[in-house]
Design a protein around this ligand. Structure first.
Ligand SMILES: *Cc1c(COP(=O)(O)O)cnc(C)c1O
Length: 424
């Protein structure tokens, strides 16, 4: 704890000590652990301050210059800055920065282009797609006729010939590329050719990789996809929120789908924090950050492979690694729980063609965006691979003392990597 933390919570500590203590405990946890959840990050204190600002007090249904309530003198320019920065950073013709999060942003795209019952083709959940890409348990799978593509068993990668074959057979109105557990580069141009051939709208969901795209460490879907959705809080390192990028042609349909189609008042404090994060993402330092995320993921993948871990697709092109623990003779869930006890936080995950159930699957999903924000580099990744290996072995043998001893080593190691809003 420090001045940074106390400045952000001074009044809260007096007004609601129960909540303040829990926030403080979470701060310590985020500081003392190695956080490898691929969808998470650490935002800057500047982003945190915008998120915690008085803009949360204001209602502003509508868009800049066309609001339903008065008093938008300062909200309009805030939202316009976020839009202008998003357009400039991604080279897009139009940006909507109002979606509350990634899932509603995706639903807004369905709303803009489809009627209930229309056909959509997305990546299946077990292969690495997101719930909102047509999963049966999601509104997108219940209200629309969803079909799925996957990855090849032998390569662990998307097979565009298979995608094209399904698209020709099923004639979907919307095709979705991108996902939540894809360790490899997405071929946006290839998807665009398929969408064009079958007359479908192409949506690229870059929730996970937006920071890599912004920083030039992954090819951009802009110019290939009709519409691009993204969260703002994963590799992009902004507040929890989302954006939709599109062309002039589809701008009106997207804006109408977000408001009044799905949402009421935008979260102005979040919009301001998105603007701050986009300004940060346009810097040279962020380019280096994006490149380092990928270098770290490759180093961690190499360290794990050297220790006998099987990685889906054999490695990674981005921030994300999927490890299949079948050869380690332990399930993903007990391994993830043991790793958490050892100070390494990640999530259990299905692997393609998993023979185990989704709530007790075979894999682990590992991401390097958070540790890279802390300033860790390739040498640290080899240490982490070593800790993961020891913890997984200890979990198999029921050696709790070994997990505790790893957690102690990690507490020591992380002291050299302060996190924003806590120590720095
Ligand atoms: C995280 C994610 C989402 C959903 O974002 P939420 O903010 O959690 O609703 C959508 N699509 C993909 C690919 C994601 O990874």
């Amino acid at each position: 704890m420090s001045d940074a933390y106390e400045a952000l919570t001074a009044k809260l500590a007096a007004a609601d000590p129960e909540i303040e203590r829990l926030i403080e405990a979470e701060g310590r946890r985020e500081s003392e652990k190695i956080r490898l959840i691929a969808s998470e990050n650490y935002v800057s204190q500047a982003v945190m301050e915008a998120t915690g600002s008085i803009l949360t007090n204001k209602y502003s249904e509508g868009y800049a210059g066309k609001r339903y309530y008065e008093g938008q003198q300062f909200i309009d320019p805030v939202e316009q800055l976020a839009i202008d920065r998003a357009k400039a950073l991604f080279g897009a013709e139009h940006a909507n920065v109002q979606p509350y999060s990634g899932s509603p942003a995706n639903l807004a795209v369905y709303m803009a282009f489809l009627n209930p019952g229309d056909k959509v083709l997305g990546m299946g959940l077990p292969a690495g797609g997101h719930l909102t890409h047509g999963s049966k348990v999601s509104a997108t799978g219940k209200w629309f006729d969803a079909v799925a593509y996957g990855v090849r068993r032998d390569t662990g990668r998307i097979d565009l010939d298979e995608v094209a074959e399904i698209a020709r057979r099923e004639r979907p109105k919307l095709i979705i590329c991108g996902g939540t557990a894809i360790p490899r580069t997405v071929d946006f141009a290839g998807f665009a050719a398929i969408a064009e051939e079958v007359g479908a709208v192409l949506m690229a969901d870059i929730a996970h990789i937006a920071g890599l795209v912004a920083g030039g460490a992954h090819p951009t879907p802009v110019g290939h996809a009709d519409v691009v959705t993204t969260t703002t809080h994963k590799t992009l390192r902004g507040p929890r929120g989302a954006m939709i990028l599109t062309t002039e042609e589809h701008a009106k349909a997207i804006d109408k789908a977000v408001f009044p189609g799905l949402q009421g008042g935008p979260h102005n404090h979040t919009t301001a924090a998105i603007a701050v994060a986009l300004r940060e993402a346009a810097t040279e330092a962020f380019k280096e950050y994006a490149a380092q995320i990928v270098k770290n993921a490759k180093a961690l993948a190499a360290g794990l492979t050297a220790r006998g871990f099987d990685l889906v697709s054999g490695g990674t092109d981005n921030h994300l690694i999927l490890a299949d623990l079948t050869s380690k003779d332990i399930g993903g869930k007990p391994a993830a729980k043991a790793l958490d006890a050892a100070g390494i936080e990640l999530n259990f995950n299905s692997v393609p063609f998993d023979t185990r159930k989704p709530f007790d699957p075979s894999g682990l999903r590992i991401g390097t965006s958070s540790v890279t924000t802390r300033g860790m580099t390739e040498g640290d990744m080899d240490l982490i691979a070593g800790w993961i290996d020891r913890a997984v072995a200890a979990a198999k043998d029921g050696k709790d003392a070994e997990l505790e001893s790893i957690a102690g080593e990690i507490r020591e190691h992380t002291k050299a990597f302060p996190i924003p809003g806590w120590q720095a």
